[in-house]
Design a protein around this ligand. Structure first.
Ligand SMILES: O=P(O)(O)O[C@H]1O[C@H](CO)[C@@H](O)[C@H]1O
Length: 316
């Protein structure tokens, strides 16, 4: 029985998505071909801008911008701080594509739809994916405004059976059982650490474990304590599913969290987290994230298996 009334589907297109089959390889190809027909060359690096972090896309040179609504098969953004635009342009001499706004499961999208753009990026020729997000800190030593290079993740949804790779596997994307033990590329993490040192950022750039939860509510105190005990340093409602799909199709991944708030772990505390607060700290302090990602893009050679531009290698 179809439980979604037609009027609801018309008002909230994401409700309709639940009743659809996952998009196929051919659908991804159709989207990639449509984009390739509109852009000057193939992008090498894709960047996903997290909540309130979309200004990075504005720094691209020779920008070409597409509203998500005009791109075949693309979902639309419904969350404040996620503009819903795909921006192509040059950053540090590399042709990049930036998602100014990502999709989340709590918006009503199934995970295969949330992660659809990643497969399109692969078919566009992208080799490296940079994921950014806004996250709450669980680690006691992190402060709002800090950055966390993602060393690894806990995909809480994946562990409980909500995975973007559920269903028949299409080997043209990747294997049935992809390994995830090296999800966040070691070389890219080292490059980012070295760049942080050079920029004088070391005191507020950490490296840690990100945990993806479903949201949209922020964590209860007991949940926050549980996630911290599990080994998570920061928590958010995105990223891990995107990284699963990126690794499945053979992309190199770098991830970084912008710490927007402390997750409340004490019953006596006065702090309360809000999405407006997340966006506000993003606007105030995200320049550091932007500088670090820009420098990283400048140091990457996407066509070298080693990933490092030779002339930069000596200075790192
Ligand atoms: O992960 P991004 O998209 O950066 O956004 C984070 O910020 C929102 C909550 O304020 C949630 O969507 C959470 O995941």
């Amino acid at each position: 029985m179809n439980r979604t009334p037609r009027t609801l589907e018309r008002k909230y297109p994401c409700c309709q998505m639940h009743s659809q089959e996952p998009l196929s390889y051919e659908d991804c190809e159709a989207t990639a071909q449509w984009l390739l027909g509109h852009i000057k060359r193939q992008p090498e690096i894709a960047i996903i801008c997290g909540s309130g972090l979309g200004m990075l896309a504005e720094t691209l040179e020779g920008k070409q911008t597409f509203e998500y609504g005009e791109i075949p098969h693309f979902p639309t953004s419904t969350v404040p701080g996620h503009a819903g635009k795909l921006v192509f342009g040059d950053l540090q001499g590399k042709f990049c594509v930036c998602m100014k706004g990502r999709f989340h499961m709590y918006e009503g999208y199934p995970l295969w739809k949330v992660t659809f753009p990643i497969r399109v990026f692969k078919l566009l020729g992208v080799q490296v994916l940079i994921v950014t997000n806004a996250a709450g800190s669980l680690a006691n030593s992190y402060c709002p405004g800090d950055l966390m290079i993602i060393r690894d993740h806990i995909n809480l949804l994946g562990l409980s059976g909500q995975n973007p790779l559920l269903g028949p596997n299409d080997d043209r994307f990747g294997p049935r059982f992809p390994p995830l033990s090296d999800a966040y590329d070691k070389k890219l993490r080292k490059m980012a650490r070295d760049i942080s040192k050079r920029l004088g950022y070391s005191s507020f750039v950490h490296e840690g474990v990100y945990c993806m939860v479903g949201g949209p509510n922020f964590e209860s105190v007991a949940e926050a304590r549980f996630l911290h005990k599990l080994g998570a340093d920061a928590v958010g409602m995105s990223t891990a599913a995107e990284v699963v799909v990126a690794k499945h199709c053979g992309l190199k991944v770098f991830g970084i969290s912008f710490i927007t708030n402390r997750v409340v772990k004490e019953y006596e505390g006065e702090e309360e987290v809000s999405h407006d607060g997340v966006l506000e700290i993003g606007h105030m302090r995200a320049a550091t994230l932007q500088t670090l990602v820009t420098e990283l893009v400048g140091s990457i050679d996407p066509n070298n298996n080693n990933l490092i531009l030779e002339e930069k290698e000596a200075s790192l």
